[in-house]
Write a protein that binds this ligand. Structure first.
Ligand code: SF4
Length: 291
């Protein structure tokens, strides 16, 4: 069996930063609160919860005057206001790339551009961005283009963890959907996200199976899986190694492993080592390399 691991596995810059801030704060402050998960990884969230981090789904469940984290992909203006009313001591985990997207969108809106956002309207990052703008339009699929209407000038940008190829496809469709005086594209998908997508696309024909390691709620992890499936290749999405996995993969001889941006490095190492151990136990050889 040959196993090829995409070398930039483990946390992206924004996730690493968020976890470091939480880990530094917890020993000093004890019980602290966050709206939603720190990252979309159950093992990491469980570990932080054991150290005192309380994950809540609604800000009303945070007691007044508590220590409160804004999650890494943003928080709505409504929730920021509620945090203020509750006199919460707020620390932001919002990734600087996400902050930068919002800053750019606000700047262009001020200059009279209609803001068109490629993204999932239910994702925290998009709801947070929408809440910071006057009347943006969220485009998730091609069909949403119809609802844009007529504007003289618009800027089309993206949620940080969307699909690079689809961004360009939508950009072209929107550009020709109306007689714009000015139509600008701001490519705001973050590097950690699109580099992984590019790697999968570049090597799509080389492997029998792509194992994608990451949380099931993780947007960028899901994008990697979608790319594999859209290209009619075999993909297996997993959060962690599990006992039944080897049976599913043992027939494949040339496997790629890639992780989402919020997957701990150790989860990927464990998967590689478990596969290796089983292949060798079965009397076959395994060739592992990182590229
Ligand atoms: S995926 Fe990109 S935008 Fe999201 S936290 Fe990581 S670096 Fe920041």
């Amino acid at each position: 069996m040959k196993i090829t691991v995409y070398k930039s596995y483990g946390y992206c810059f924004g996730v690493k930063r968020a976890i470091e801030i939480v880990e530094k704060t917890l020993p000093k402050e004890g019980k602290t609160y966050i709206l939603g998960e720190v990252i979309h990884n159950p093992t990491v969230n469980k570990g932080l919860s054991e150290k005192g981090l309380m994950i809540v789904d609604d800000i009303k469940d945070v007691p007044d005057n508590s220590i409160f984290f804004y999650p890494s992909h943003g928080i709505t203006e409504g929730n920021k206001k509620k945090a203020e009313e509750k006199s919460l001591n707020c620390h932001s985990l919002i990734c600087p790339y996400v902050v930068d997207i919002a800053d750019k969108a606000k700047k262009y809106e001020k200059e009279g551009y209609k803001i068109l956002i490629y993204g999932n309207p239910d994702h925290t990052e998009v709801s947070s961005l929408v809440s910071q703008l006057k009347s943006p339009i969220v485009i998730r699929e091609k069909d949403d283009i119809e609802k844009i209407g007529n504007f003289k000038k618009a800027v089309f940008l993206s949620q940080s963890t969307q699909n690079r190829k689809k961004y360009y496809t939508l950009f072209k469709e929107i550009a020709t959907s109306c007689y714009w005086e000015q139509f600008l594209g701001l490519f705001t998908i973050c590097k950690a996200t699109y580099e992984r997508q590019d790697w999968v696309l570049e090597h799509i024909s080389e492997f029998d199976l792509f194992i994608i390691v990451g949380g099931k709620n993780s947007s960028n992890t899901k994008r990697l899986y979608d790319i594999v499936i859209e290209n009619k290749k075999k993909g297996l999405l997993m959060e962690k190694w599990g006992k039944t996995i080897f049976n599913k993969i043992k027939k494949y001889l040339n496997i790629a492993i890639i992780s989402g941006t919020s997957t701990p490095k150790e989860d990927v190492d464990e998967i590689v080592s478990e596969i290796k151990g089983r292949v060798v136990k079965n009397g076959s050889s395994v060739n592992i390399h990182y590229t």
